[in-house]
Design a protein around this ligand. Structure first.
Ligand SMILES: Cc1cc2nc3c(=O)[nH]c(=O)nc-3n(C[C@H](O)[C@H](O)[C@H](O)COP(=O)(O)OP(=O)(O)OC[C@H]3O[C@@H](n4cnc5c(N)ncnc54)[C@H](O)[C@@H]3O)c2cc1C
Ligand code: SF4
Length: 352
């Protein structure tokens, strides 16, 4: 007998959007999240604020989490994972594993929203010294500092007087196999640069970029204000290494506009790390038997006009499990996957 339930795997922005949309359309949702809280990476990694209005990430996601947790059509399983899924679209049986044991769930369709992880800047780009030099951070580290209201050099607890971002760390890099653009890091770095300038008006802030990629409205919402209102200094250049320099850091590379080598002392360096598939995305793809692309993200098999169908009928994907995505992409693909999942359920019910 066809099931009325949709199983949503992952309780981040995309999974929350999918769950809420299915429930608003009258379906039942079983939402499975491996962590013991909802909200996804922005909450787990303590993001301070989100584009475009620099609203607190906790407040913005809290609203969505509350809507999901209070929805009568949604059952949430925290600290749980899906370990198998058998059957066909319309009549699937998944098994959830949690500390309480294993439990079968009947569902008509599945939405995978298992998200991303930050590129590990110590993995291949050793020359940036992420694990060796305490004042070299990644975007998410600075988010945590901004959230805590204290942007200081980890080495000495003092406010930086000069801070720079280095773009495209772990993205657009054939050498490491991540040729894709991670899409959000130019906007996120510019957003964080504004916040540093607001918090520390005496701190000079630089962004070293190959080329800035601002998607859609971020150009006027973040990029131009960063330059014109907050004096963030954008330098087209390639940074080849970061070295200790007394009690500071030396950023060494090439200013590609001027065509000459550059060596600039900094107090703090922030690596704009890219997005890679989360371990949960890789695992879930295997458990469900859906195809992954060469980077490990879940393959959307009917692009460009169907952005959420996977290689397995009845299984859809949303958000950063499909590839680099911002929050607006996550909300849109979550809702699109919900529509497609409901169509499977309704179709199966009509056919029975
Ligand atoms: C530093 C930084 C700042 C950012 N700031 C912004 C911003 O200001 N504006 C913006 O638009 N975008 C921003 N982004 C992008 C934004 O974080 C992502 O678009 C968004 O988090 C992706 O949501 P998601 O639900 O697809 O994945 P995630 O947020 O990664 O959530 C996935 C969820 O799935 C769970 N999960 C994983 N595997 C399993 C499993 N096997 N079983 C059960 N659950 C599982 C995870 O625990 C997690 O809760 C930022 C990104 C970075 C790196
Ligand atoms: S968004 Fe910007 S920093 Fe991120 S990979 Fe693309 S160009 Fe590089």
């Amino acid at each position: 007998m066809a099931s009325e339930s949709v199983l949503v795997i992952g309780g981040g922005p995309a999974g929350l959007a999918a769950a809420r949309s299915v429930a608003d359309l009258g379906g039942n949702v079983v939402l499975v999240e491996q962590r013991d809280f909802l909200g996804g990476t922005p909450i787990a990694e303590n993001y301070a604020s989100i584009t475009p209005h620099l609203e607190s990430a906790e407040v913005a996601l809290g609203r969505v989490v509350d809507a999901v947790q209070g929805h009568p059509g949604i059952t949430v399983h925290l600290g749980a994972e899906v370990i198998s899924c058998t059957g066909d679209a319309g009549e699937l049986t998944a098994v959830l594993r949690s500390a309480e044991g294993e439990q079968p769930v009947e569902c008509g369709a599945v939405i995978v929203a298992t998200g991303f992880q930050h590129f590990d800047p110590g993995r291949e780009t050793q020359l940036y010294g992420y694990y060796e030099l305490p004042d070299v951070l990644a975007l998410q580290d600075l988010e945590s500092m901004l959230k805590a209201g204290s942007v200081v050099r980890p080495s000495n607890g003092q406010a930086p007087k000069r801070l720079c971002f280095i773009q495209c760390v772990g993205s657009r890099d054939r050498h490491i196999g991540n040729e894709y653009c991670s899409k959000v890091c130019c906007g996120v770095a510019s957003k964080e640069a504004i916040e540093v300038r607001q918090a520390l008006p005496d701190c000079e802030v630089f962004i070293f970029y190959i080329d800035m990629r601002m998607y859609g409205y971020w150009e006027s919402q973040i990029y131009w204000p960063a330059q014109e209102q907050h004096n963030v200094q954008y330098v087209k250049g390639i940074v080849s290494e970061i070295l200790p320099f007394g009690d500071r850091l030396l950023v060494r590379g090439e200013d590609t506009t001027m065509g000459r080598p550059m060596e600039i002392p900094m107090d703090m360096v922030v690596l704009s790390v890219g997005m890679e598939p989360s371990p949960g995305t890789r695992r879930t793809a295997q458990v469900l038997g859906v195809a992954q692309n060469k980077y490990g993200f879940i393959d959307a098999v009917d692009l460009p006009l169907d952005t959420v169908s996977t290689s397995r009928p009845g299984v859809f994907a949303a958000g950063a499990a499909l590839g680099p995505a911002d929050l607006e992409d996550c909300a849109s693909s979550g809702a699109a996957a919900a529509m497609r999942a409901m169509a499977v359920i309704r179709g199966a019910q009509v056919a029975v």
